[in-house]
Design a binder for this molecule. Structure first.
Ligand code: BG6
Length: 485
């Protein structure tokens, strides 16, 4: 496989929150990898901006340390790293005050692509947008990048959208959901819309149900204050799982362009039925051994926030009427494993007697780890002894199928940042999409808050609370195992 790296146009990328966790953990190491790959042109510059006072040399040291810390084991060529750090500048900027803005205005170039990454608390989005406008820093086609949490309900999301819209056009706003930058998530579109094989079967006539699982082993220690106000519903379902659901359920867009794709995703969100409380199971991890409980991690002994959620959804349209979608996500589960599984219906008639109904085709799309796909097909068990059937996977682990370069796929953030520079919004959420997702989420959260619902405790290292199993079992279905591939 020949990898094709197409350099982007020269740019100035300003990272507000340039010394923060996301910048050090993801954005800057990602940019370095793109630099090494040859995607950043020689004229490109990255400007870190934050409140604390640093000069360029100190900032470069901060970034050098971050690359050492967050790219452990990576072979970092000292010469390449120095050359990358040369591209960095630092300006101390006060989002709410006057400091730094004139300096920034004097530094930013007008004849290159301008991008402003708001890697800060959402409460500062409005101040930053206003200052960029007031100081005439942003050119008419400058791009701004914002991160989740994009609101915590419909009202706050709408307020954020309105604030940004005062100074920037929707075509300039890049709302990141990093799941859209994951390789396999994009592959889902390639598989669905690049092959004739799946589309005729991709509907309620042939699909029994779809399972989407995002399981994590980490807890919430260190970010309990944020998480306890969000919970798995707001932190994961409203955004990441919703995006996976949309790409799985949406109609084929007429082209692979930003609005065509986002229009189709929006239709899926708007077609979601409200979910009755009986179809939602919330859980909270308990303590185990010397591992603290959720409540300890969240520093809230009475917390009723969920660290796990499982639910059954219906997409009310012609394609999916009658096919349930089961979603589940949680912290401190058995393994870090995320997948979409499309479980097809039984063959209409079995000619093999007792094996009837015991075999099903399942297409699994593994997001992480070990990205790839499996299509389980039923075959004859080899050897004598009659016609015994067995399900085997047609395994397509990308790393095996495509060679070593497939292992070097860019991390979600580096791909998305390069898309910002290219001006391609396909993998970013549009304002109406985010609002529609909250409009669906809000009543579900309100219902359990009003009912005083308490999450079920679950043992760490398991698949979540028993009740989540029941959600499937009561309908004669079962979750796929959570295990690291
Ligand atoms: C973030 C959530 O958006 O996604 C975290 O806030 C979660 O709680 C993370 O751990 C998961 O991302 P990934 O890429 O590790 O699956």
């Amino acid at each position: 496989m020949v990898s094709r790296i197409i350099p982007v146009e020269p740019f100035d990328l300003v990272i507000f929150g340039g010394t923060g966790d996301l910048a050090r953990r993801k954005i800057l190491p990602g940019l370095f990898r793109r630099f090494v790959a040859g995607q950043m042109p020689p004229e490109a510059r990255v400007i870190g901006a934050a409140r604390s006072a640093h000069d360029d040399a100190e900032y470069r040291q901060i970034v050098r340390d971050a690359i050492a810390e967050f790219m452990p084991g990576a072979e970092v060529d000292a010469g390449r790293l120095d050359a990358f750090l040369e591209r960095l500048r630092y300006i101390a900027v006060d989002a709410r005050g006057a400091e730094g803005w004139a300096d920034l205005a004097g530094t930013i170039r007008d004849d290159v692509v301008q991008a402003f990454y708001f890697s800060v608390a959402p409460s500062l989005f409005g101040d930053l947008a206003e200052k960029l406008h007031k100081h005439e820093i942003a050119s008419p086609d400058a791009r701004i990048v914002v991160e989740k949490p994009f609101g915590r309900d419909l009202d706050s999301a709408r307020a954020l959208n309105d604030t940004l819209a005062q100074h920037f056009d929707e075509t300039q706003i890049y709302r990141i959901d990093h799941y859209l930058g994951k390789e396999t998530v994009q592959n889902l579109m390639a598989v669905r819309f690049g092959n004739v094989l799946f589309e005729p079967l991709w509907n309620s006539q042939y699909v029994d149900h779809i399972q989407i699982t995002v399981a994590e082993t980490v807890g919430v220690a260190g970010r309990g204050a944020y998480y306890d106000r969000a919970g798995a519903m707001r932190d994961m379902v409203q955004n990441h799982l919703m995006q996976l659901l949309c790409l799985t359920a949406m109609e084929p867009p007429s082209r692979f362009n930003p609005d065509a794709v986002r229009d189709e995703k929006l239709k899926v969100i708007r077609a979601l039925d409200p979910v009755p409380p009986a179809d939602i199971v919330r859980g909270q991890y308990a303590a185990e051994g010397n591992q603290p409980s959720y409540r300890t991690d969240a520093e809230n002994p009475d917390s009723t926030t969920e660290s796990f959620i499982a639910m059954k959804l219906h997409v009310s349209n012609w394609r999916w009427a009658g096919t349930p979608f089961y979603l589940r996500t949680g912290k401190r589960l058995r393994a870090r494993a995320s997948e979409i599984a499309v479980v097809f219906k039984d063959a209409p008639h079995s000619i093999f007697g007792e094996d009837k109904n015991r075999h099903r085709n399942i297409l699994t799309i593994r997001l992480q780890p070990n990205e790839g796909m499996d299509l389980f097909v039923t075959i004859k068990e080899p050897g004598p002894g009659g016609m015994r059937l067995v399900d085997v996977p047609l395994d397509m682990t990308f790393a095996e199928a495509l060679g070593p370069e497939a292992q070097e796929v860019p991390d979600a953030y580096e791909r998305l940042v390069m898309d910002v520079i290219r001006g391609n919004q396909t993998l970013f959420m549009r304002g109406d999409e985010v609002q529609a997702a909250w409009a669906w989420t809000d009543p579900l959260v309100e219902a359990w808050e009003e009912a005083g619902d308490r999450p079920h405790p679950y043992e760490p290292g398991t698949t979540g609370p028993e009740e989540a199993q029941m959600l499937m079992h009561r309908e004669g279905r079962r979750w796929r195992e959570i295990r690291a591939a």
